[in-house]
Design a protein around this ligand. Structure first.
Ligand code: G3P
Length: 297
């Protein structure tokens, strides 16, 4: 158990309440949870139904997702439970918002996840105007983080931005540099956007997030369990993040850019290959649980 709570809130990245409970017993608390279509597709109950030959209708899928987050909701602290809307490349902001409004009513501590695309940010903007808490996901660039900041200025609650560290590392770029760059850029902001470091693959990345003092970090059970197996160490002032690939070679640095946060949100470049790839994966995983994928609109 952790005797002293770190400044960084710790979230479980997963779609199974049993995992949340396991981590809670190892660490002593869980501040929040993030879910997404891929993680929900892996939920044991959903997998059991699929393996036994029963795919889900769209309504059943939504009902299952709701049941899962309703079980997780009371287990976590004030960082809430992030629930992701279904979005493919033709889903409009209005369609995402309609899902977000419904999902926000499922539990009292919901954060609605929208992808970091033009339509996703339009949905996030409309959501914060309606008092819906949001988490903008699949963020891979400082420009995208600037756009999220500008689109959600009206929010009364903290807005989460989820930069994906591991997926940048996968293509040889140092994802942790993006976290640093966003933090530095937000120093000159009104502070309404919190960094939620995501796509954590190693204990070292988790410790680097603590060392940087990011507001929130979400990690899969595998990483949290190995951190617990090492005795839940916290980085000391000599901690250095190595930023190496799986062969131990240094990752390419991501340089900081000077960006004017006062510009309108749609003045920033939102296009990013990894965001598109991430959406494709979520769509495939989501549709893999469904009876009739073509019925998703
Ligand atoms: O929270 C985002 C996370 O689920 C993505 O992780 O390992 O698929 O890049 P990963």
């Amino acid at each position: 158990m952790l005797t002293k709570k770190p400044k960084t809130k710790i979230l479980v990245d997963g779609g199974d309440p049993e995992e949340t409970l396991r981590i809670k017993s190892l660490i002593g608390f869980v501040d929040g949870q993030t879910t997404n279509p891929s993680l929900i597709a892996k939920n044991p109950e959903i997998q059991r139904r699929i393996i036994s030959g029963h795919k889900l209708s769209l309504a059943e899928q939504s009902e299952e997702y709701k049941k899962i987050v309703q079980k997780i909701s009371p287990l976590v602290g004030d960082a809430g439970v992030s629930i992701e809307v279904f979005a493919n490349f033709s889903t409009t902001a209005e369609q995402m918002l309609a899902q977000g409004e419904d999902m926000f009513s499922w539990i009292p501590n919901a954060y609605i996840k929208y992808p970091c695309t033009y339509e996703g940010l339009r949905a996030a903007q409309m959501s914060v105007e309606r008092g819906i808490r949001v988490n903008v996901t699949l963020c891979f660039s400082q420009e995208q983080a600037a756009s999220i900041y500008a689109a959600t200025r009206a929010s009364k609650a903290p807005v989460y931005v989820s930069p994906f560290i591991g997926r940048l590392d996968d293509r040889g770029e140092n994802g942790m540099d993006l976290i640093r760059a966003i933090q530095q850029m937000y120093k000159a902001s009104d502070g309404h956007v919190y960094v939620l470091a995501a796509s954590i693959r190693t204990v070292d990345q988790l410790l680097a997030c603590f060392a940087l003092g990011v507001e929130l970090v979400t990690a899969p059970i595998r990483v949290l369990e190995s951190w617990a197996a090492k005795g839940l160490p916290m980085p000391d002032r000599n901690f250095v993040y190595r930023g190496v690939d799986t062969d131990g070679k240094p990752l390419k640095p991501i340089p900081y850019k000077d960006i004017d946060l006062t510009k309108p949100w749609n003045a920033f470049n939102l296009r990013n290959d990894l965001t598109r790839k991430g959406i494709k994966t979520f769509v495939t995983d989501f549709e893999g649980t469904l009876l009739r994928p073509e019925s998703v609109g």
